[in-house]
Write a protein that binds this ligand. Structure first.
Ligand code: TYD
Length: 153
């Protein structure tokens, strides 16, 4: 079982898409194992988006991510990282496939509704960045036998 991190960006909060997006993950069969609303700071954004720190638009990214609180989610499932990335769609909402979250709800590169971890290693680092161990929950997923065959996990 993998765990992954999703951030519902200010674009999701401001546009009233929180329920819609979380509902997609629930319906898919991913297990919600952590969730909270927080304000992001420059410090945490500089760590989280370190790979973009030298880009000319980095200041704009930081400002956009601080417009409102965000919601951080921890999701669990078989191949959860890749499943969630596919559900999010590619970065540019205008080019993302219809049926994906960005493809259905975004017209923008920055205002693209969600962040999703891009590898299992990144997911672990990002989960540790946003959640303490007591904020991540380990509980049985009662529909497990209806979500997976018994040789899938
Ligand atoms: P990135 O990690 O490349 O994409 P993704 O969110 O799909 O993993 O970029 C992080 C965020 O930075 C992205 O969601 C939106 C913003 N961004 C821009 O505004 N312009 C850009 O050219 C890129 C690459 C990213």
């Amino acid at each position: 079982m993998q765990k992954t991190l999703v951030i519902l960006k200010p674009s999701a909060i401001q546009r009233g898409l929180v329920g819609e997006v979380i509902s997609r993950f629930e319906k898919k069969g991913l297990q919600l194992i952590g969730m909270k609303m927080i304000y992001l700071t420059d410090e945490i954004l500089e760590e989280h988006y370190a790979h973009l720190k030298d880009k000319p638009f980095f200041q704009r990214i930081k400002e956009s991510m601080k417009v409102s609180p965000v919601i951080v989610l921890a999701l669990k499932g078989v191949d959860a990282v890749e499943v969630v990335r596919k559900m999010a769609g590619i970065t540019n909402g205008r080019e993302a496939q219809p049926g994906t979250i960005r493809g259905d709800y975004s017209m923008s590169v920055q205002e693209n509704i969600v962040h999703a971890s891009d590898s299992p290693e990144t997911a672990q680092t990002e989960l540790e960045r946003f959640f303490s161990t007591t904020e991540l929950f380990n509980y049985p997923q009662l529909m497990h036998p209806n979500i997976y065959a018994n040789d899938e996990c």
